[in-house]
Design a protein around this ligand. Structure first.
Ligand SMILES: [Mn+2]
Length: 321
């Protein structure tokens, strides 16, 4: 170590440099992903039925994620007495899927190609939206991955079949997922208030195996009670709509709905899922940063993702050894 307290190399504080996710390496060539986790942006918001703006979600979440990237060796958590995300967990940022304005199918196809590339590389895919319709191409990319169960955290059920011919908007993704033979079930947490889905949508969702819980029902059950409802041994894909959280902590979204989750309610469920299940994919959607001048919404999103990744790889290392 040098004298006078100076150390060699760069300090690289969070506000310095290029905002990749977690300040991790950027991999532009999708045929050369070598990582445990690959993060991709899906800046698509033509699926919205109210306020647009989630196309700026990936950039905002990336920038917010630098706050948690001080470059020390992992993140030590004194409550768990565990160091999460040590250097040995290789995270890369593969940039964004290309979005073609007005063309949902072309944009979704590009998102699907990105998820397929991450899966082919053996990396855990993490996709930052974009509106919730970007879950549709994400789930499509799992058609050769074996059965999955979806854990949805959301204010809205998103189970509309078709409305005015629209089948791939942000009100449709869970319906499209439920139609896949490799999607064995959906557990939807946080569903509340006037919703994107009418009563017939709820009936169809239940008939197709959707377990629907409101925020108050989740609170009554508690973390363990909720976790017990997930099928044992299921491989879990987690889709987090930021509007599942309370707008008091996450106002930066197109369709906020009061009475949502607080941070630890979701975090503890995700920690339990990471301990008990193989997590095969993650998307986090509907961060529309322009509605939150404080930036707290994207900080929440980045914090949830980084902590969840920490739990997943900590559980993996515990299981392996
Ligand atoms: Mn949603």
């Amino acid at each position: 170590m040098a004298q006078h307290g100076y150390e060699t190399g760069r300090l690289n504080l969070p506000f310095v440099g290029i905002s990749t996710f977690g300040k991790r390496p950027y991999v532009a060539d999708w045929t050369k992903i070598e990582a445990d986790v690959a993060v991709m942006g899906a800046p698509f918001d033509f699926g919205t039925q109210f306020r647009a703006g989630a196309r700026f979600g990936p950039r905002a979440v990336r920038e917010a994620s630098t706050l948690f990237s001080f470059g020390h060796a992992g993140a030590y958590d004194h409550e768990d007495d565990a160091t999460y995300l040590p250097e040995s967990v290789r995270i890369v940022d593969i940039g964004d899927a290309d979005i073609v304005h007005t063309d949902t199918e072309a944009s979704h196809a590009n998102i699907e190609a990105g998820v397929r590339a991450m899966l082919k590389a053996g990396a855990l895919p993490v996709v930052i939206g974009g509106d919730h319709s970007i879950n549709i191409p994400c789930i499509r990319a799992f058609d050769d991955q074996g059965p999955i169960h979806i854990l949805q955290i959301d204010a809205h059920l998103d189970f509309v079949d078709v409305r005015h011919g629209v089948r791939h908007g942000h009100g449709n993704p869970m319906r499209r997922a439920a139609e896949k033979d490799y999607v064995e079930g959906i557990t939807a947490l946080g569903i509340r208030n006037v919703s994107s889905t009418a009563k017939d949508g709820y009936e169809a969702a239940r008939a197709m195996g959707d377990d629907i819980l409101s925020v108050r029902q989740v609170r009554r059950l508690g973390t363990e009670g909720v976790l017990a409802r997930l099928p044992e041994g299921a491989r879990i894909y987690v889709t987090i709509d930021i509007d599942g959280f309370c707008p008091s902590i996450a106002p930066g979204t197109g369709t906020p709905s009061h009475g949502g989750f607080l941070y630890y309610e979701v975090l503890e469920i995700l920690q339990g899922v990471a301990r008990r299940h193989e997590v095969v994919g993650i998307d986090l959607v509907e961060v529309a940063p322009d509605y939150d001048p404080s930036g707290a919404t994207q900080i929440l999103a980045a914090q949830v993702l980084l902590n969840f990744l920490g739990f997943i790889f900590h559980a993996r290392s515990t299981r392996e050894g």
